[in-house]
Design a protein. Structure first.
Length: 278
């Protein structure tokens, strides 16, 4: 097997492992689709999706595929996402809705919904370890956190005050323009600019969004009379939402020096070595 084939195989294998939480959720979404709106033993499809998500998360912790520290930051992102969901699915806004009934829900949002965002945090946390990621010329935490929080607030506030999404895009380009992502594959170090990586990840999430809406996990108002591909402009929304998850993961799992170089905390390096040794 030549180097190029081994390289591609290794990248795909690690990427799928990093995205395991999300991939398993998509599989469960597809397999449960025929349950429809019917009740089974007093519970509905969305309720069983919640139990499946809890099981997946529990198994990842049990088999040390995620650490408890990683689970904490993922849980924080989960809570923040649920708050956003509650606002944006409220009847007076209705950005999207969950078309099927559920017992286990908070107002308009079934409890499993937060785990879809948790899958993004899980992907970042696992990618950092699996690809041995580090960063060069990373902006300061204050700068990144300010951008992430403004993006989060804008998701909600744009229904009441002017949308500043364009400003946020420009802000992200300015601070991440020189940032490089370093990773290791087959004993070689590789470098990529940060911005194209984030855009590519946003595109992948947009694909997952299309799969999810096809299986009625949630739907947009324009999809109520029949499914269609989600507007490509949503890639920009996912790009901004990625920033919040990324900042939380980077803050918890590593440290940035004065020159902007970010490395994984030694405790997590040891966690990775311990797993390899088992």
């Amino acid at each position: 097997m030549n180097f190029a084939v081994r390289f591609i195989f290794t990248v795909v294998q690690r990427a799928m492992s990093a995205a395991l939480f999300g991939i398993l959720l998509l599989i469960v979404f597809a397999l449960s689709f025929k349950m429809g709106h019917q009740s089974y033993w007093g519970l509905y499809r969305y309720d069983y999706l919640f139990f499946c998500a809890i099981l997946i998360q529990g198994l990842m912790l049990y088999f040390r595929m995620e650490s408890w520290q990683e689970a904490k930051v993922i849980a924080l992102f989960h809570v923040m996402a649920m708050i956003m969901e509650l606002v944006l699915t409220a009847p007076n806004i209705g950005s999207w809705q969950y078309p099927e009934p559920a017992i286990l829900k908070i107002l308009t949002v079934p409890l499993f919904a937060g785990f879809m965002y948790s899958a993004i945090g899980s992907f970042f946390a696992r990618s950092i370890r699996l690809f041995h990621l580090s960063f060069e010329k990373l902006p300061s935490l204050v700068n990144m956190l300010a951008l992430a929080l403004c993006s989060y607030i804008n998701f909600i506030s744009k229904f009441f005050i002017p949308d500043i999404r364009s400003i946020l895009f420009v802000w992200s380009v300015l601070i991440f323009w020189k940032t490089k992502v370093n990773f290791q594959i087959l004993s070689h170090s590789w470098h990529l600019p940060m911005l194209p990586v984030l855009l590519f990840l946003a595109f992948l999430i947009w694909i997952a969004e299309n799969i999810s809406t096809f299986y009625d996990i949630w739907v947009y108002p324009s999809q109520m009379d029949g499914w269609h591909i989600v507007w490509w402009g949503k890639i920009g929304s996912w790009y901004l939402l990625l920033l919040l998850s990324l900042v939380l993961v980077l803050k918890i799992l590593g440290q940035r020096d004065a020159q902007g170089n970010w490395q994984l905390h030694e405790a997590y390096v040891q966690h990775r070595r311990h797993k390899k040794g088992k």
